[in-house]
Design a protein around this ligand. Structure first.
Ligand SMILES: *[C@@H]1O[C@H](CO)[C@@H](O)[C@H](O)[C@H]1NC(C)=O
Ligand SMILES: *[C@@H]1O[C@H](CO)[C@@H](O)[C@H](O)[C@H]1NC(C)=O
Ligand SMILES: *[C@@H]1O[C@H](CO)[C@@H](O)[C@H](O)[C@H]1NC(C)=O
Length: 309
């Protein structure tokens, strides 16, 4: 999925420098270093300021929208210019920490999207593996495959109160902001995505970390609460650990037990798999020399599963 969402999921903190292409990074790094040398005495805070709105954001966003509606998903009909206008209206002329999810209502209203059931893939802190999993099983849909996810993937933006343009110089970190324009958009997009989820859904969690199921992640704070037990048949949880370990959490250990309890109390059917053979094979394809993969065949035979009925 997109890096903004992945940043949310991975750390809850947006680090603008990590999201830009490397040349841009070098360019801004040079500026930062210059500022550092010129004015450390009176203005040290400047050095820590976040990068501003992604340059050429309009061309990128509108271009991606046309790519999506023409090439990626040619049957879809959206007015890309109109989506952009509503996006711009939501963000500019607002103080950069004051853009709520409601500001994006008009934009989301002109980009409704329906997905077929049994294809929804949610994930938390398993970004790389999620990509290869969704790449192999082409029928899976993540937020990145939606129009909004596709359009705003990896971008930064914020407005400024006194001006009718984006702030290209600096945007706040979203940890310092209650209503960060980037966070608010992803929050609403994630909520819409989860509300639409139907049939069997898959949740990919990372068993090599503490709190694989984190209530503060986008999955734990927005998506889980937005899932509808009337629409969702099964929540199929897959816990993946790194080949080299550690195995900190599993279907019967740690925060995943809490997740299962929440699902159960809300009336969801669920399954949970610790050692999904397909996922392990994918991990081994990426790292075939790993000692674990040499004995992979044996391990696959010991697959462990839990299920609600
Ligand atoms: C944030 O928005 C609200 C309502 O739109 C407004 O009343 C408030 O003054 C704004 N705050 C800032 C800091 O711009
Ligand atoms: C689990 O999280 C760690 C730390 O973020 C990461 O290095 C690792 O690649 C993740 N494992 C999987 C299987 O995604
Ligand atoms: C949904 O998941 C359940 C439990 O894993 C499985 O028995 C069923 O066949 C799945 N249905 C579909 C349509 O994939």
């Amino acid at each position: 999925m997109n890096k903004h969402v992945s940043f949310l999921r991975n750390s809850g903190v947006l680090q603008g420098v990590n999201i830009l292409p490397s040349e841009t990074f070098v360019f801004f790094a040079m500026i930062s270093i210059t500022i550092w040398f010129i004015m450390p005495q009176f203005c040290p805070v400047q050095v820590h300021a976040q990068l501003g709105t992604t340059p050429n954001i309009k061309h990128i966003v509108v271009g991606r929208c046309f790519t999506y509606t023409t090439v990626v998903n040619p049957n879809s009909r959206y007015d890309c210019e109109k989506i952009w206008r509503h996006f711009e209206e939501a963000v500019v002329k607002q103080s950069s920490c004051n853009v709520t999810v409601e500001h994006y209502n008009r934009m989301f209203n002109v980009m409704p999207q329906i997905w077929p059931c049994n294809r929804f893939l949610f994930w938390s802190k398993t970004r790389a593996l999620m990509h290869s999993y969704a790449g192999v099983f082409r029928h899976f849909w993540t937020l990145e495959d939606t129009l909004v996810g596709y359009m705003f993937n990896d971008l930064i933006w914020c407005g400024q109160e006194a001006d009718s343009d984006f702030d290209f110089n600096s945007c706040p970190e979203w940890s310092t902001c209650r209503n960060h324009p980037v966070f608010s958009l992803w929050r609403q997009a994630s909520q819409n995505f989860a509300e639409m989820a139907c049939g069997n859904i898959t949740v990919l969690l990372n068993g090599s970390i503490v709190n694989a199921f984190n209530r503060k992640s986008m999955f734990g704070s927005v998506e889980l609460d937005s899932l509808n037990p009337q629409r969702v048949e099964y929540v199929n949880i897959k816990v993946v650990t790194n080949l080299e370990g550690p195995q900190i959490e599993s279907c019967s250990k740690g925060s995943i037990v809490d997740l299962i309890q929440i699902l159960q109390s809300r009336g969801f059917h669920w399954t949970c798999t610790d050692r999904d053979p397909t996922l392990m094979i994918l991990q081994c394809i990426q790292d075939p020399k790993h000692s674990f993969c040499q004995t992979c065949a044996n391990t696959l035979l010991q697959q462990k599963s839990l299920t609600s009925n």
